[in-house]
Design a protein around this ligand. Structure first.
Ligand SMILES: Cc1cc2nc3c(=O)[nH]c(=O)nc-3n(C[C@H](O)[C@H](O)[C@H](O)COP(=O)(O)OP(=O)(O)OC[C@H]3O[C@@H](n4cnc5c(N)ncnc54)[C@H](O)[C@@H]3O)c2cc1C
Length: 356
């Protein structure tokens, strides 16, 4: 019989959230292991990796951005330094207005309290784009190479003996007083960072998840500068070398996670309308965002089973939210610090306790 191995925390999942959770624990010198199943589709692997301080067609400032943005930028720089890689780039978004209405909306926001928006001289961009309604820009945007980050962190976890490549079956959880067992591991807490698969987790599946499917194309555009992000009806984001990520869809109703011909055709139509350069479609990728009906994360300890915690529900904003809220969860578990009320699991106390 295998001897029991004791760790303080067992993390399930190594997407963006599991990566940041384990990174903070590592920095704090606290013992942990990460269980991850690479055969499960991860949202992180197909995300464009953008942090944009404004959001939506109305171009309003993103929730908590003034706190979260500087924190996230520092954390991505720190993990890059630790792993000796480059993963974060400052990359303003060039907003190629798709209609007169969108240009007017941008001008209105720029004139009213929005510190991130500014005008652009279109001359420099005429070789690349058709711009009948002009061009604006969004400052303080960042692009993260998430695949390089998770791949190198996976390597770090493996070489330090902290990575378990396995499928975590929720029915294998054995709850004991003050500890939880899984296979031959005993932990004080399991932290679920299992993305959309949390909907299969019997301890947390009562949370109001609303999975959202996103598709993207990877295209090759020789000659397009890769130090900016471009946005019209679609976004064009640097991916690797002369490859760019193009997307995305936001589908609340879908029957599977497969790529669709209709999405591909729509993207090609949109690209042809505003991109001047020739391009080639290289790949078509899809993923499911762990979104929810409240558009706020789920962060905290289970009200009935204190051995179980969760950090999930990052929706469309995992890049900026994940570093911050994994750290909040750590502070909560270790020092009892409060969690931002809008993200705290406290708001689901009744639902998770089974109280109707
Ligand atoms: C097309 C698309 C574009 C996006 N673009 C952006 C963007 O530009 N900016 C942004 O901020 N966000 C973006 N997002 C959202 C972002 O991807 C998510 O918010 C984020 O990746 C969620 O991370 P996660 O760790 O919660 O989930 P995931 O990345 O899905 O990770 C979950 C991990 O848990 C593992 N796992 C699950 N269950 C088990 C189990 N039982 N046993 C073992 N392992 C398990 C999985 O293998 C996976 O590795 C995008 C999403 C999509 C789909």
């Amino acid at each position: 019989m295998q001897a029991t191995e004791k760790v303080k925390y067992l993390i399930i999942g190594q997407g963006l959230v599991g990566t940041w959770m384990s990174y903070h624990l590592d920095n704090a010198g606290i013992s942990y292991k990460v269980v991850n199943d690479l055969t499960i589709q991860s949202a992180t692997s197909v995300a464009s990796g953008v942090i944009n301080p404004v959001t939506g067609r109305r171009i309003v400032q993103t929730w908590l951005i003034e706190t979260i943005l500087p924190y996230a930028v520092k954390q991505y720089q720190d993990i890059a330094d630790k792993l000796n890689i480059e993963i974060i780039k400052s990359a303003p978004i060039m907003l190629i207005h798709p209609s007169l209405q969108m240009k007017e909306s941008f001008d209105y926001r720029m004139a009213h309290e929005n510190i991130y928006l500014f005008n652009q001289d279109p001359t420099a961009w005429t070789p690349y784009f058709k711009m009948p309604f002009g061009i604006g820009a969004i400052d303080e945007c960042y692009w993260m190479d998430l695949n390089t980050m998770t791949k190198h962190w996976h390597h770090y976890l493996t070489t330090t003996g902290k990575y378990i490549s396995d499928h975590f079956s929720y029915s294998d959880i054995e709850l004991k007083e003050n500890v939880v067992n899984w296979k031959n591991i005993q932990a004080e807490k399991i932290i679920f960072c299992d993305g959309v698969n949390a909907m299969n987790n019997p301890y947390f599946n009562a949370l109001p998840f609303a999975p959202n499917k996103g598709e993207a194309l990877i295209i090759k555009v020789p000659g397009l500068p890769n130090n900016h992000i471009y946005k019209n009806n679609v976004s064009i984001v640097p991916w690797k070398d002369d490859l760019f990520w193009v997307g995305s869809s936001y589908e609340w109703k879908f029957s599977d996670s497969n790529p669709t011909t209709s999405f591909k055709e729509k993207m090609i139509q949109s690209l042809d309308l505003f991109l001047e350069l020739p391009y080639e479609v290289m790949e078509h990728i899809t993923g499911i965002r762990p979104a929810n009906t409240q558009r706020r994360p789920f962060v905290g300890i289970h009200p009935v089973y204190p051995q179980l915690a969760i950090c999930n529900g990052m929706g469309t904003k995992g890049c900026s939210l994940a570093p911050y809220f994994t750290n909040e969860l750590l502070g909560h578990m270790e020092q009892g610090h409060p969690i931002e009320p809008e993200a705290s699991l406290d708001r689901f106390k009744s639902i998770l306790s089974g109280i109707k």
